[in-house]
Ligand binder design. Structure first.
Ligand SMILES: [Zn+2]
Length: 305
């Protein structure tokens, strides 16, 4: 946690903010990767106000890290935006700065880790949105920061414009496994994924999670924001492959890789080439550059279950 984050957190009374560094400690006690090679994201394609304009389609852009920006027929939102102020060396150029974001109908945050809930980014986006959505716990952190936030239970739904969102379960309460990491007892429902229905198809943002049986019994999504980190507190690589193959025709928009200089830290150093060798129908892997547009479309009925 850097000095700025610390100050902001202290002022807000958030003494127990969990950050990436905390999970590094957690993972490194379990698994020391010897691998030094780290796959890197393609060169960033910056975007500006035009990407927020009226549209007749749904366009998705990876922001780097676990973040995405979606413009669904003119309704705009971000999931887990991190566009500045991370506390580890970053490998990418961010595709847009918070000050250049003209408007957002909503910001969705999956959990409290600072690679998903970026305090500086969210504070700097406060002037352009009226609704932050997350779990009940993250909502409490957001309210401490004065953000206009809404806390939801797993399974709850909410709407903005033509977009309907449902919170999906996650299993990412790793903090409890490491005595001394946090005085707070974390619950699974402190973290979530989002099932996002748009007029042009359904997106599943899984969030960070261990693989659970529920991940393998979802309706077939038209796109997955796909975390393939080989971390025991994420899906694991084998688990990610299993999840990918459960929905064998769904495009996989890769995230949580190629963004942080951390070759020995599995949650940040997934390799798309390794994934391509392991899954069914590897042509659906979308190795997007940060900022590169991807047009969402519904899968053909014959390919859904
Ligand atoms: Zn993460």
């Amino acid at each position: 946690m850097n000095a700025r984050n610390w100050t902001l957190s202290a002022v807000a009374g958030i003494l127990l903010t969990i950050n990436a560094q905390a999970q590094i400690t957690a993972d490194s006690t379990q698994k020391k990767a010897a691998r030094k090679y780290q796959a890197r994201a393609p060169k960033t394609q910056p975007f500006g106000a035009n990407a927020f304009a009226a549209s007749k389609q749904t366009t998705i852009r990876w922001l780097g890290f676990g973040g995405f920006f979606v413009n669904s027929r003119g309704t705009t939102f971000m999931v887990d935006p991190l566009l500045e102020g991370f506390d580890m060396p970053v490998l990418i150029d961010f595709p847009i700065a918070p000050k250049d974001v003209p408007k957002l109908d909503a910001i969705l945050v999956t959990h409290a880790d600072n690679d998903h809930f970026s305090v500086p980014t969210n504070q700097d986006l406060k002037g352009v949105t009226t609704a932050y959505h997350s779990t009940v716990y993250v909502d409490s952190l957001m309210k401490n920061l004065g953000l206009p936030s809404f806390g939801h239970n797993i399974g709850d739904t909410f709407k903005f414009g033509p977009v309907r969102v449902k919170l999906t379960p996650a299993d990412h309460a790793y903090q409890n496994a490491y005595p001394g990491m946090s005085k707070r007892r974390f619950k699974n429902e402190d973290a979530c994924g989002f099932w996002i229905e748009t007029p042009d198809g359904n997106i599943w943002a899984t969030g960070d999670s261990r693989l659970t049986p529920g991940h393998l019994t979802m309706p077939t999504p038209d796109a997955i924001f796909f975390d393939f980190s080989d971390s025991e507190w994420h899906f694991t690589f084998e688990g990610a492959v299993k999840l990918a193959n459960t929905y064998p025709n769904t495009p996989l928009l890769l995230c949580h890789w190629g963004s942080v200089d951390a070759p020995d830290f599995n949650p940040f150093n997934g390799d798309p080439e390794k994934l391509a060798k392991a899954i069914v129908n590897p042509g659906r892997i979308k190795v997007l550059a940060p900022g590169e547009p991807f047009t969402l479309s519904k899968l053909k009925k014959s390919t859904t279950k």
